[in-house]
Design a protein around this ligand. Sequence first.
Ligand SMILES: [Zn+2]
Length: 367
Amino acid sequence: MTLVLRRLRLSLLAQNRGPMKRLRLGSLGSAAKQEGVHLAEGLGLDAAVHAVPKLHLHCHLEGTLRAESFLELAERDAIAVPQRERVYRFEDFPEFLRTFVAVCKALRLPEDYARLAREFVADARAQNVVYGELFVSPSTWSHFHPELDVREALVAISRELNADGESNFSLIVDVTRNLGPESAMRTVELALATRDLGVIGIGLGGDEGRFPAELFADVFAYARGAGLHTVAHAGEAAGAESVRSAVEMLGAERIGHGVRALEDPGVVELLASKRITLEVCPTSNFRTGAASRDLPHPLFRFHEAGVPVAIDADDPALFETSIEEEYLYVARLGGLKLLRRFVRFAIEASFASKERKQALKALLREE
Ligand SMILES: [Zn+2]
């Protein structure tokens, strides 16, 4: 889920879904047993999952802000923190919304974005993340901080992401559906003007229900023609047709979430036949209600239907999860072998060079 203006959509979800609760992986155990999938492979599962090389294909950099960093930045600028004791532990959507706005306000200066990226890299290293294509949402930054020099903030992020000289992380600039096609075109121009900072593509986020993909067909065609990769959030807040539109009208190379594609077998078939990878974020889906927390995540059904699946974390800090936690969830329900297959799908669906993909596959084999 994109951070940008998702308040609107979350408000709708709040009316339909009721309060959020923390995901409890254990609560899925009985359902998993019933389905015959094997659970933990002994006491060493945590260590084995830790060792698996990991990729981020769907991670919003802003959504990785550590709770303690958020508190520090908020204190500096005297921003009210809705719930100091529990920071990111939301009991309901109004709490989430208040904190989300406070996080956006707290990221004010280029050095704040440098800190965000620096801490992201440290957290990624600690989880054996070896490659990432990260969403950033400059239109949200400008919304809350019109005075911010966006390029300067991107320079700060790029410098921190690549401080080790290995270029393991690139950026995808998220277009906001709510702001319409003209704003989207400006975002594409920004993406084109910041390719020197590691920007490789555009995404599409925001209110999926009210701002369908077709509004952005021309913008996406222009971006693709100019050499940018294109991905889109779809099938999260809207149904299967939204996924079909993202594929057929936008030419999206990957779909963020896509879980509601299951509502139409024809769309599942479309994803399978075109080998469109879904960037699946279980905890995010459970907490927003895009997937039922009482059942195993539908990612397993997509896999059975021949749709490539990559495992992702969306806004890990805000959802109190991590990429390692998401991998662990999959390994607990589907086993390590299946998890490793999903990592291979992620490598293949990434926008890395052929050589980089080979190197990543070699890492997976060695581990
Ligand atoms: Zn997202």
